[in-house]
Design a protein around this ligand. Sequence first.
Ligand SMILES: [Zn+2]
Length: 165
Amino acid sequence: MTNRPLIPTNIKRKVLVEAGHRCAIPTCRHIDVDVHHIIPWETCKKHEYENLIALCPNCHRRAHKKNEIDRKSLRLYKANLRFTHDRFSQLEVDVLFELDKQPQANIMWAPFNQLLLKRLIDSGLIQYTVTPAGVVVGGMKSNPDYIQISQAGVEYLNSLGDVEL
Ligand SMILES: [Zn+2]
């Protein structure tokens, strides 16, 4: 514990805001919280946002006891919190993971449903390609637009630690 620097205020705040200043375990949500290192401090020796999660003293103790709340579970809880914090819809989360499975493919998307992906598009996590209108039926173009995960999208998923999921 000696020589361990404090967690920088801005990182600590980001972790606490991500969890709404409550325990990150969804069924707990206790208001008294510590910041826990998912990969233990003794191993990583770093305070990085991606590796930190807000836990109440009780859940914190359970996370330190092997297998009571394991690392993979903590990563899943953190990923869910980040998606909620970033305000992506469940559909957008599903689309992003699906696109990540086939990063080279251009997937068709119905142009009149572009709005459903607005947050993903605005955040730059996917590329949305509008095709010129071909045949227009009832005011809607009949040819699809295309979506593809961007480099930022790949990096975003990697930063969630999904390699460990
Ligand atoms: Zn808790």
